[in-house]
Design a protein around this ligand. Structure first.
Ligand code: BV8
Ligand code: ZN
Length: 261
C-alpha cells in the first residue's frame, strides 16, 4: 500500500475515532440531561429520499422559493403553487421515516421516562417526525398535510394524493391553500411561543439537518445556547453554528443519531 493511501486511511481512521468520541461524550451528557431541545431541518428527511432545499439537487435549485413559497405566488398563480405542493405530497407519502427520525422519537421517550422534558422543533412540513412516533412536535412552518382557507383561516387535515387539480373553495367562498408558512408570513404564534420557551429552558440543543439560513427559526439554536444550553450540530456539511457547538457530528443524521441511544 502506497504511503499516501496509508496516510489517508490513517486520517480517515482518526476521523472515525473523533466522531465516536464525540458521540460517546454527547450520549453521556444526554443521559443526565433533564431538558433537551432538537431543532430539525430538511436534512433529517434527506435519507428518506425527500430533497432538501439548498443542497445539491435541492428544491430551490429547480424552483425559486420566491416564485412558489410565497402568498404572492399563490395569489398570482394558485394552480402552479397547488400543483407544486401536490407533487411534494406524493413524494413524501411514498417516503418513510429513516433511523434519524426514529432515534429522536426514542430519545424523547427515554428523556421523558427519566422525568425530563424533550421538545422537538421542526422546520419541516413533511410529517415524518409524526410518523416516526415523536410527540408534541412544534411545527414552526406548518404541515403539508393540512389545507387552510385564505379567507376565514379555517384549517383542516387533508391526506388526498393526488389533490384535486385546482385548490377547492371554502364554504366562505375563498380559496383553500397549503397549510404551511410561506416566506414573508409570520410563524404561528403558539408554536413560536412553545419553541422559545423550550429553548430558554434547554440544557442541550441538538441542531440536526439544517443550514440555519431561514429566520426566525435559525435563531433558536443561538437563543438556546445564550440561555445556557450546550449545542450539538449534526450535519454532513459545515454550518455557521459549528463554531458555537460543543459537539459537531459531521455526517448523515440517519447514520449518526442512532449512536446517541
Ligand atoms: C418571516 C415551509 C416575518 C414552506 C419554509 C433577509 C435576511 C434575513 C431574513 C430574511 C430576509 N428576507 C426575508 C427574510 C425572512 C425570511 C428568511 O429567513 N429568508 C431567508 C431565505 C433569508 N423568513 C421568512 O419569511 C419567515 N417569516 O420572517 O416573517 C413577519 C413577521 C411578522 C409579520 C409578517 C412577517 C418564514 C420562513 C418560512 C418559509 N417556509 N418552509 C414549504 O416547505 O414549502 S422555509 C423552508 O426552507 C424550510 O421550512 C426550512 O425552514 C428552510 C430550509 O432550510 P433547511 O431545513 O435548513 O434546509 P436546507 O436545504 O437549507 O439545508 C439542509 C441541510 O441539511 C444542509 O445543511 C445539509 O448539509 C444538511 N443535510 C443534507 N443531508 C443530510 C443533512 N443533514 C443531516 N443528514 C443528512 N443526511
Ligand atoms: Zn373560509
Amino acid at each position: 500500500m502506497s504511503a499516501e493511501v496509508a496516510g489517508s486511511n490513517l486520517a480517515l481512521a482518526a476521523d472515525v475515532i473523533r466522531v465516536d468520541e464525540t458521540i460517546r461524550s454527547l450520549r453521556r451528557t444526554l443521559k443526565e440531561a433533564s431538558s433537551v431541545v432538537a431543532l430539525t431541518g430538511a436534512g433529517i428527511s434527506a435519507e428518506s429520499g425527500i430533497r432538501t432545499f439548498r443542497g445539491a439537487g435541492g428544491l430551490w435549485r429547480q424552483y425559486r422559493p420566491e416564485k412558489l413559497a410565497t402568498p404572492e405566488a399563490f395569489e398570482r398563480d394558485p394552480k402552479l403553487v397547488w400543483e407544486w405542493y401536490d407533487w411534494r405530497r406524493a413524494v413524501i407519502q411514498a417516503a418513510k421515516p429513516n433511523p434519524g427520525h426514529a432515534a429522536l422519537a426514542e430519545l424523547e421517550s427515554r428523556t421523558v421516562k427519566q422525568g425530563g422534558s424533550f421538545t422537538l422543533i421542526t422546520q419541516n412540513v413533511d410529517g415524518l417526525h409524526d410518523r416516526a412516533g415523536s410527540r408534541g412536535i412544534v411545527k414552526l412552518h406548518g404541515d403539508i398535510w393540512t389545507v387552510r382557507c385564505v379567507g376565514c383561516g379555517r384549517s383542516e387535515r387533508n391526506d388526498q394524493v393526488p389533490l384535486l387539480p385546482l385548490p377547492p373553495h371554502c364554504e366562505c367562498g375563498a380559496l383553500m391553500r397549503p397549510g404551511v408558512v410561506w416566506f414573508g408570513e409570520p410563524l404561528p404564534e403558539d408554536e413560536w411561543e412553545r419553541a422559545t420557551k423550550a429553548c430558554a429552558a434547554a440544557q442541550i440543543v441538538l441542531v440536526i439537518g439544517t443550514s440555519a439560513t431561514v429566520y426566525p427559526a435559525a435563531g433558536l439554536a443561538q437563543a438556546a445556547q445564550q440561555a445556557g444550553a450546550k449545542m450539538a450540530v449534526v450535519n454532513p456539511e459545515p454550518t455557521a453554528l459549528d463554531e458555537m457547538a460543543e459537539w459537531v457530528l459531521r455526517g448523515p443524521s440517519g447514520e449518526l443519531l442512532p449512536g446517541l441511544l
